[in-house]
Design a protein around this ligand. Structure first.
Ligand code: NCD
Length: 318
């Protein structure tokens, strides 16, 4: 068994071999998802609860489909409709749900570290679907699968990550993953949107698109995360697009076969030109969404195997 985790809280604790194990299994699920009959049995008899304390379209839908395709009973609990509105704390909510015996708990929360805290209090496998500006591990894994399929490898690539790095858990998880897989990362953005400690992450940092894109194999664009900004980080959206927006002309500075990625939701005309985003010869944005379901199926399958093994061991010792 190469994947030894009991939770998927971030990329940070993962060994490169574990990352490869998730991606390899996800390849099988890509094939299943393209087949006319999309049913696997890996999660049969298990209960999956999705707790989203922050708005989400694609991530929540993706986790829901992933669970259903593998036979889990899936329940979505939205913070909007829950007792959280009545002042119940995160831990109380988690304990209440835990008493219903879920096996997989998928959590998105606006505070960094909230999902780790929750994982310490429950008896099931916890998957982080994004916590504040900390980590978004399944996004980095689906990005890695998309890159590996397009480029045939994950090592010795130059990946440019552009835009609002400071507020982005997607950037953080991708930087960690690409570093572990021995690819080179360049961060491009206005200094106000590059976190203070970035230089110590083993990445190159620049505020010049031409310099940052030079020879890049992968160009990953990020949304301006306005909901996490508490002031003026950019002069105006027009000026931002002029200096940091990606269109076909700017992309010409990257490698001739560079692919364009975006985790979504996109702001067309703010960080990326709509025509480029839709250009199937350069943009892999739709593939990212497809890979998302497969990667989440693989992650939940591997966690469920460890959960079942752990429980069997507990019974043997009881
Ligand atoms: C990202 C997120 O929520 O962190 N979206 C996603 O999961 N696809 C990025 C974003 O919100 O900009």
């Amino acid at each position: 068994m190469t994947f030894t985790q009991t939770h998927l809280l971030g990329i940070e604790p993962l060994h490169p071999v574990e990352i490869a194990a998730v991606l390899d299994l996800a390849e099988d699920y890509v094939a299943l998802n393209r087949a006319p009959e999309k049913h696997g049995q890996a999660l049969d008899g298990l209960t999956q609860i999705n707790m989203f304390f922050e708005a989400s379209t694609r991530t929540q839908a993706s986790f829901e489909l992933a669970g259903k395709r593998l036979g889990a009973d899936v329940m979505n609990m939205e913070a909007r409709t829950s007792s959280l509105k009545k002042g119940e704390t995160l831990i109380d909510t988690a304990m209440t749900l835990n008493a219903m015996h879920p096996d997989l708990l998928v959590v998105r929360h606006p505070q960094s570290g909230a999902v780790d805290l929750l994982a310490q209090k429950v008896t099931c496998a916890v998957l982080n679907a994004g916590d504040g500006r900390h980590e978004h591990p399944t996004q980095a894994l689906l990005d890695a699968l998309t890159i590996r399929r397009a480029k045939g490898r994950l090592h010795r690539l130059t990946v440019a990550i552009c835009g609002d790095i400071a507020h982005s858990r997607v950037a953080r998880s991708n930087i960690l993953l690409l570093g572990k897989m021995e690819s080179r990362v360049r961060l491009i953005g206005p200094p106000t949107l590059i976190p203070a400690g970035a230089a110590e992450w083993g990445v190159e940092v620049t505020d010049d698109m031409e310099e940052g894109l030079k020879g890049a194999d992968v160009v990953m664009m990020l949304r301006l995360q306005k909901e996490r900004m508490d002031g003026g980080f950019i002069p105006s959206e027009r000026e931002y697009y002029w200096r940091f927006g990606l269109d076909a002309e700017t992309l010409a500075h990257a490698a001739p076969d560079a692919i364009v990625m975006h985790p979504g939701p996109m702001n067309r005309g703010v960080e990326i030109d709509g025509l480029l985003a839709d250009d199937i010869n350069r943009s892999v944005i739709q593939e990212q969404v497809e890979m998302g379901v497969a990667v989440r199926m693989a992650a939940m399958d591997l966690l469920a195997r460890n959960l079942r093994a752990g429980r069997a061991e507990e019974r043997a010792h009881a």
